[in-house]
Design a protein around this ligand. Structure first.
Ligand SMILES: C[S@@+](CC[C@H](N)C(=O)[O-])C[C@H]1O[C@@H](n2cnc3c(N)ncnc32)[C@H](O)[C@@H]1O
Length: 297
């Protein structure tokens, strides 16, 4: 499945609380621990550039690949707005061959879990290996099998309101959204978040209905996303509250949950020599004992 426009343009808003800075700190802590001093980083499944932008800002030369043109369009706009030079390539990480080497490869926020077949996982591991210089690091997280089986996924609702202050009534240069991605005092153009410039306010409601397929280690994460635009008031500080448009989209994201031994096997077959696992964002605690957050390096 590919992230389509309506979901892609809601993505940054839906994950506005995700701490990409902290995740990049974690990535850099791994570099340090393994005495790796990368200059170039390949970001597999870079999406809207959450990690790519921050890492580029920290001085790395970043190349991002994603198969969703809608996600990449947002990533490109954000990089341009932030004045960062990042190469974004549209492509499928199970099929592309870059014929280039990088010092590190990352693939964050469960991109590996989007590879639901053994064949696809093997291909991504192979791409990572052949894209790395000798001694380079491949860092990724994924859905933790133990976690999924012990805390079965349940239906959820997430609601995001875009504050009126960041949704002004007409599209002008001054329409900006404060964003941690471009640092203190700077902001991103509102168009990065999509949603149409005509509306004073927007509410995004995402309903998640998961279905578990234990035999195939897959959770079908079925999303129904409603984007409700409220009509604007002549005074940009006020919102009339009248619903002027409702967009509805459905996406089913099949997500593979993985277990340590199969990950080790895929990586070793691809030629990786050392495989270590860490709880998400915890560089000082090795192992994978399930404790509520299960991500794997
Ligand atoms: C949950 S998003 C994560 C995006 C980004 N890494 C982040 O942390 O925000 C998963 C991304 O992986 C991309 N993706 C999944 N499978 C892919 C594949 N086989 N080839 C290229 N991109 C893929 C999707 O298009 C989507 O943008």
């Amino acid at each position: 499945m590919t992230f389509k426009e309506t979901y892609a343009t809601a993505y940054d808003a839906l994950y506005q609380d995700k701490d990409y800075e902290k995740e990049c700190d974690f990535i850099e802590a791994i570099f340090k621990k393994y005495k790796c001093k990368p200059k170039t980083i390949l970001d597999l499944g870079c999406g809207t550039g959450g990690h790519a932008l921050i890492l580029a800002k920290r001085g790395y030369k970043v190349t991002g690949i994603d198969r969703s043109s809608s996600m990449l369009e947002i990533a490109r706009k954000k990089a341009e707005w932030a004045g960062l030079v990042i190469e974004f390539i549209e492509g499928d990480i199970t099929g592309v061959s870059l014929n280039r080497k990088f010092d590190a490869v990352i693939s964050m926020f469960a991109v590996m879990s989007y590879q639901t077949t053994n064949d696809a996982i093997a291909k991504v591991c192979k791409l990572a290996k052949e894209s790395l210089v000798p001694g380079g690091l491949f860092i990724f997280d994924c859905w933790h099998g133990f976690a999924v089986l012990s805390d079965r996924p349940t239906p959820r609702i997430k609601e995001i309101s875009m504050p009126p202050s960041i949704h002004l009534p007409s599209e002008t240069e001054s329409q900006v959204i404060p964003s941690p991605l471009v640092g203190e005092g700077q902001s991103l153009p509102r168009t990065c978040f999509g949603g149409g410039g005509k509306f004073a306010n927007e509410k995004i409601i995402r309903f998640t209905q998961p279905e578990l397929d234990i035999i195939n280690h897959i959770v079908y994460v079925n999303f129904r996303v409603l984007r409700i635009s409220l009509s604007c008031h002549p005074d940009p500080e006020l919102v009339s509250g009248e619903v002027s448009q409702v967009k509805e989209t459905f996406e089913s994201h099949p997500m593979r949950f993985l277990f340590p031994q199969e990950i080790k096997y895929f990586l070793e077959v691809a030629g990786f020599e050392k495989v270590d696992f860490y709880p998400f964002l915890e560089i000082d605690r090795e192992g994978l004992e399930y404790d509520g957050c299960g991500e794997i390096k």
